[in-house]
Write a protein that binds this ligand. Structure first.
Ligand SMILES: C[S@@+](CC[C@H](N)C(=O)[O-])C[C@H]1O[C@@H](n2cnc3c(N)ncnc32)[C@H](O)[C@@H]1O
Length: 278
């Protein structure tokens, strides 16, 4: 380091090149990993949007702590729910088989990891919601994960139903078979569907139009339809403060979990949560 300092002082031009080379060496391992992630994704995946990936184990621990803090359950209980959904082979086979048969399989991966949705699953398992609403269904990965939680709740004597909203009439093809028995998709503009929904919502997940204004309008549309202990999860909270502002306005607390994907170039989204502590 002393040698580098001397070069920079004595020969500023050469010094700045040496410093540049030294600093480039520092970022090389991270740069190499990023290139590996990009090329791996380009050749292994077919996805063009709504990417799927796994989270690092440390990140999953943080997610378990996040859900635990909000629900008042132990971290171990939440981790058990993560294992439950990740090791559900029937769910994995369903996603794989339906994807392979679907005409959009040329832009969808049949074997996927669930990323932050394992957090959604744990919320649905702990809260035992009677009504779950997810806005923005896309293929229906979140829909299958949430309905699989509702099916498990039902086995334990807690019945619940899932409503997904999507403007795309082709959305939600994964929600079929036994998963469709406990959920349905409301096609059309999400705000219009929410306005028509005459139900008390226990778990709400915002994931449709990701503009800040639309997100805020969704929270406004359901403000008077939330049950007293309702939890709202925002899929846009890494980009906007709309769920935080809604939480403040409705005297709820707000927390945010940030994803850390493994072996993927996408920097990750997150889960914003608005809730009232027990
Ligand atoms: C990010 S994807 C949803 C991903 C899904 N929640 C999951 O877990 O994989 C967003 C979806 O929102 C839908 N969408 C966009 N604008 C909408 C609107 N105004 N009303 C309803 N759905 C909308 C899109 O068609 C798309 O399928």
């Amino acid at each position: 380091m002393k040698k580098l300092k001397n070069i920079i002082i004595k020969t500023p031009l050469l010094g700045s090149f040496v410093l540049l080379a030294y600093r480039t060496k520092i970022i090389l391992p991270d740069l190499f990993n990023e290139v590996k992630n990009f090329t791996g994704w380009l050749f292994k995946s077919k996805e063009t949007t709504n990417y799927t990936y796994d989270l690092s184990s440390l990140n999953k621990l943080c997610l378990a702590c996040f859900v635990s803090e909000i629900t008042g359950r132990t971290v171990e209980e939440i981790q058990n729910y993560f294992h439950e959904v990740e090791n559900d082979t029937e769910l994995r086979n369903h996603i794989k088989n339906v994807t392979l048969r679907n005409e959009r399989s040329f832009v969808a991966d049949a074997e996927v990891e669930y990323s932050r949705r394992i957090g959604w699953y744990a919320f649905a398992r702990v809260l035992k919601p009677k009504v779950v609403v997810e806005t923005g269904v896309e293929k229906g990965l979140g829909a299958c994960i949430l309905t699989s939680a509702l099916l498990k709740n039902s086995e334990e004597g807690f019945k619940g139903f899932y409503y997904g909203t999507d403007i795309n009439p082709q959305a939600g093809y994964l929600l079929s078979g036994k998963y469709a028995e406990t959920g349905k998709i409301l096609y059309g503009d999400s705000i219009e569907s929410l306005n028509k929904l005459d139900l008390s919502i226990d778990l709400f997940i915002n994931d449709s139009d990701h503009s800040a204004g639309y997100e805020a309008n969704e929270y406004e549309a359901i403000e008077n339809k939330l049950s007293p202990g309702a939890v709202l999860l925002g899929d846009n909270s890494h980009l906007t403060d709309k769920l935080y502002l809604f939480a403040r306005k409705t005297k709820r607390r707000f927390l945010f979990f940030k994803e850390e994907p493994v072996k993927h170039w996408y920097p990750g989204a997150g889960i914003g949560a608005a809730f009232r502590p027990n």
